[in-house]
Design a protein around this ligand. Sequence first.
Ligand code: NAD
Length: 296
Amino acid sequence: MSSIGFIGLGIMGGPMAGHLVAAGHQVTGYNRSPAAVEKLVAAGGSGAASVAEAVRDADIVITMLPQDEQVVEVFTEVLEHAKPGALYIDFSTVTPKTSEWTAAEGAKRGLRVLDAPVSGGEAGAVNAVLSIMVGGSEADFEAAKPVFFAVGKTYELVGPNGAGQVVKAANQLIVGGTYALIAEAIVLMESLGADAAKGLDVLAGGLAGSRILELKRKSMLERDFRPGFRIDLHHKDMGILLETARHAEASIPMGALTAQLIAAARAMGHGSLDHSALLLVAETLSGRETPNEAAS
Ligand code: NAD
């Protein structure tokens, strides 16, 4: 069992830290807002008042933070205060460039570094069934397996540092694009009087079926856009995707279009809604009123 310093106890990090406590690890948590730390303490972990305090004695340091900016800020402190030889796992979704930077700077101080962004949403974190895309060395991946086992169901080493983030960007491309297509399909069916609920049931059982159609078709038809995964965060991830594709000199027109639809959702004031609210954009583009006021 390891001594773990866990920074960023939000929607995802909170339940993940709880699972590590339940698995028998000694977890010391730090979060910018203290209420989240109190929750971890109530679950059997320890609380810290700073990054330095959380990581000082840790064999493993974990971050689960919103964006590049916070990861750079917190990792700079980790570099200063973590024990040489400690394993640093960043579960946040950030640019591959930032993950490569943490690996290079960590190596200078004797830290072992993995980028390990996740997919599966809040439910995946709560039920410890996340999919984890890992970038780094084989040896560090092996060392991190007890952590991945405690919070996830599927985890793969997909390449060197930064590769986990590249795979996560590909994940967000497919997820965003799929929502955009389902949204257009709903507008089309409803516009012409087809039974959209039965229509989506049939589609879910055929080649057009997907996990998103399976899990979200009911809430989309009801215009229930409570998050889940917020448009604001998906907008951040599409920025990572476009930057990564530009760097790779890869042309991703579908990704660019999806990024614009997500940007439109934000511009329409839907940033805090679930990403399935792309349906509101599809409706607006076709001049339709959303049938249910619950969406507003
Ligand atoms: P969140 O905003 O709920 O949690 C982030 C936490 O970090 C907050 O509790 C915040 O107080 C804390 N924090 C921010 N800056 C800090 C700092 N400098 N020091 C200490 N604590 C700080 O976000 P989340 O939904 O848990 O997402 C975290 C990451 O996981 C993001 O990169 C997101 O894209 C990714 N992700 C989220 C989901 C999801 O469904 N929510 C799914 C997959 C991946």
